[in-house]
Structures are given as structure tokens and as C-alpha cells.
Design a protein. Structure first.
Length: 134
């Protein structure tokens, strides 16, 4: 008859690494997916910010560009990013003979992470566009 010395089941460490891996792997996968999703969100917002600034340059050059045409150009340049939501507001300030249009655009992009509700990234972009004189 063998005498047990207290190193029975509680002292056995075989397979402990597999158990730790099974517990931590889902957490690391969720962090990895969240990092990729937020990276895509920040890339999309940066790209739409570029579209807003590019269209503001067009607004500076073309004196006949209306606010509706401005918004249509921004939406055209940003059409590659589905789910992007943005609102545009305008105000005009006169500096002597120079008319400056202030364009405020609020960008919203949903970051979708598995097993979670979407997280909305909200980013305001403010651009000033002097209008051509005459």
C-alpha cells in the first residue's frame, strides 16, 4: 500500500499552461480585434478629415460653389467609408471686403467589436475658407 504524501492532485502542475492559455486567449483576442477596429476607425476619420479640408480648398478657389455642392463633394470623397455619419454647418464672417466661410463638420464613425455594442468615435473638424473677392 502506497502512502500519499500530500502532493496529490493539488500538487500536480501538468497542464497548468494550457489552462492559463485557455483563460487568457479570449481576452487577448478581444484586445487584438478592438485595436484593429479602432485603428480602422481613426483611419476613416482621418481620411474624411482630409476630404473636408480638400473640399474647403475647392470652396476657396471656386466662388460659385454652394453649401449644398460642398456637402455633396465631401460625401462623394467620403463614400468609401460606410457607416460614417457627419453633419455640416456653415457660418460666414466678413473681414472688410473678404468673406470667410467657417465650416464645422462633426464626424461619427461606429467601431464594431464582436460581442459588444458599437462604440461611436466622434470627431469635430473646423475649417475656414476665404471666398474669392469679386
Amino acid at each position: 500500500m502506497a502512502v500519499r504524501t500530500g502532493r496529490g492532485l493539488l500538487g500536480d502542475v501538468a497542464g497548468a499552461s494550457a489552462v492559463e492559455f485557455a483563460i487568457l486567449m479570449p481576452v487577448f483576442l478581444i484586445l487584438l480585434v478592438a485595436g484593429v477596429a479602432f485603428g480602422q476607425g481613426f483611419y476613416a476619420i482621418g481620411s474624411v478629415q482630409w476630404a473636408v479640408e480638400q473640399t474647403a480648398r475647392d470652396l476657396m478657389i471656386d466662388g460659385n460653389l454652394s453649401e449644398a455642392q460642398y456637402e455633396a463633394r465631401v460625401r462623394e470623397l467620403a463614400s468609401a467609408f460606410t457607416g460614417m455619419d457627419f453633419a455640416v454647418s456653415y457660418s460666414t464672417v466678413g473681414y472688410g471686403e473678404i468673406e470667410v466661410m467657417q465650416v464645422r463638420t462633426t464626424l461619427r464613425y461606429p467601431v464594431r467589436i464582436p460581442l459588444m455594442n458599437p462604440v461611436w468615435l466622434t470627431y469635430p473638424v473646423e475649417t475656414y475658407a476665404p471666398r474669392p473677392v469679386g
